[in-house]
Design a binder for this molecule. Structure first.
Ligand code: ZN
Ligand code: ZN
Length: 200
């Protein structure tokens, strides 16, 4: 079920026959920036691909991939399910000198997936295709209140003692701003975080 998605292109390369692969993926593991990344799915994600020879070392892959991605809400970090229905269509080029498969640009400007192992691992290709199609930021609900910037409390579950110091719009602006930077100096209530407030 969670096997690496592979398509065997050895006989296609020898005899120009077509190749087919399909399955369901629990998740995808792929290398990015020297680290191993995992793309999580809410349920097994069906994929199927067909590859046809275009002559020589070029071929065309088409298919379908329907993952329900699990992404984090940009404000409160809880899991958000993002279902996708992706049509796949990509040129392939076999180059035995290539290690891990990578996306390159063909002379036509089209993307081409270059690979060196006829037992082609589609993990990175499928992960990249899914992430490109997914929204850059997701919210678990349009009116997500986010986390308190002071104590980290999930404001969707009710107010905390720091309530209303930082409007949600500002929280979005502040995402990615390192702690202790301009934010704490500009916020007139920032000093409150040092005060011990009486428990109610
Ligand atoms: Zn949220
Ligand atoms: Zn708080």
């Amino acid at each position: 079920m969670s096997e690496t998605p592979r398509i065997h292109l050895g006989s296609l390369l020898r005899t120009s026959s077509d190749a087919h692969a399909e399955g369901n993926l629990d998740h995808l593991t792929y290398p990015q920036g020297g680290a191993e990344q995992t793309l999580r799915f809410a349920r097994p994600a069906p994929f199927r691909v067909d590859v046809n020879s275009l002559g020589g070392s070029e071929m065309y892959l088409q298919g379908r991939f329907q993952p329900a991605l699990i992404l984090e809400c940009a404000r409160c970090l809880r899991d958000v399910e993002v279902p996708l229905d992706l049509r796949l269509g990509t040129l392939l080029r076999y180059d035995p000198s290539v290690g891990a498969p990578y996306l390159d640009e063909a002379e036509s400007g089209e993307e081409v997936l270059v690979f060196g192992d006829p037992d082609l691992d589609l993990s990175a290709y499928l992960a990249e295709t899914a992430l490109l199609a997914a929204p850059l930021t997701v919210l678990h609900a349009p009116d997500c209140k986010g986390l308190c910037q002071v104590c980290g409390h999930d404001l969707n579950e009710g107010p905390c003692e720091h309530m209303a110091q930082v409007p949600v719009e500002e929280i979005d602006d502040l995402l990615g701003v390192p702690e202790g930077s301009a934010h704490s100096r500009q916020n007139p209530f920032a000093g409150l975080r040092d005060l011990k407030l009486p428990e109610e």
